[in-house]
Ligand binder design. Sequence first.
Ligand code: NIG
Ligand code: FE
Length: 414
Amino acid sequence: MSSLLITHIKSLVGVHPNEVKVLRGKAMSNLPVLNDAWLLLEDGKIKDFGEMNSIPSQLTTYNTQLSAQGKFVFPSWCDSHTHLVFAASREEEFMMKIKGKTYEEIAASGGGILNSAKKIQKKTEEELFESASKRLDEVIHLGTGAIEIKSGYGLTLESELKMLRVIRKLKENFPIPVKATFLGAHAYPSEFKNNHEGYIKLIIEKLIPQIADEGLADYIDVFCEQGFFSVDETSRILEAGAHYGLKPKIHANQLSATGAVEVGVKYQALSVDHLEIMNSSATDTLKNSNTIATLLPSCSLFLGIPFADARSLINADIPIALASDFNPGSTPSGNMNLVVSLACMRQKMLPEEAINAATINGAAAMELSDTCGSITKGKLANLFITQPIPSLAYYPYSFGSDLIDQVIINGKIY
Ligand code: NIG
Ligand code: FE
């Protein structure tokens, strides 16, 4: 039996009761904390916690101890939207953006997702696993303790399967929960440029059945957007996915509001992600659903597109999750600390709301609420200890600083 006792914690953050699975509206600002606390981790799980003034004396004699004087303990970030398996970086497009080209213009001229797809064909599963492992290791050191990863840079039968097998290998080799999402409908590959029907058939008739057969994906995603997949096409793909039990988590309303949120909700999407461009129909649809609104502020920062209107969503009682969107084209960063800071700075989310959105609601957006997202007895002991900081708000306020002292995964220092 392995155990670790953390004592003298200045503030133990996110001590939500077990029945809290997802937060919406006013409840999003409710982030319970325990000051001057202790926390006992046993066999990879959160065993117990309490205040220092009532710590059971036998605990202090039997356990390996760590003092967290002046420090905060946070539940690990739950990053519910990433594309962290990719073949190569795309800083040449970054240069094009600096010189004035938009994301759409770069994509239309063969850059963007197709650029990544071309490069991935040439990589072996081992090479992709190796580069993705480095990124996953990096984000775990940055506080991420559960993650979703998408395919979508393959765009052929072989390469989509290759990506999903890499994600499976990451699941098997890393100590944190990993969820896999099939995003074959990320862009039309060049060979199907004038034959959309052919590609949709490939997805529906070949890819989805084989992926389901091999159990390679937990979820299905579509980039539902002008110039990518239409609402009707999205609908057909989600229908096919539903037939195989794949729940949707879709890219919606990133560049325009053309019905993506509505089609996602129609197919009971677990989450609709991006939402930079909303209208009242999309908001009303979301309000009357159980679908989570996942916002990706570092994508807005990098592309220079509007930030999603978090306040309106919170006012409408819609649950918000925050995620990184880590990918080589629109968000070359998987840093959830920056995501939380940006949500406060640019989306006017309170620190409490942003932290809940990046933990408990992120867990909900991966169906991991029972095991991740808060400091709750019985949940996985995935958390991080900060350096000494004066207050909770100081954490998102000091954006760009690395304030993590130690990362703990499954009760062990990572
Ligand atoms: O979430 N919007 C679509 N997909 C990614 C970007 C993919 C890329 O440019 O490589 C996103 O922003
Ligand atoms: Fe994305």
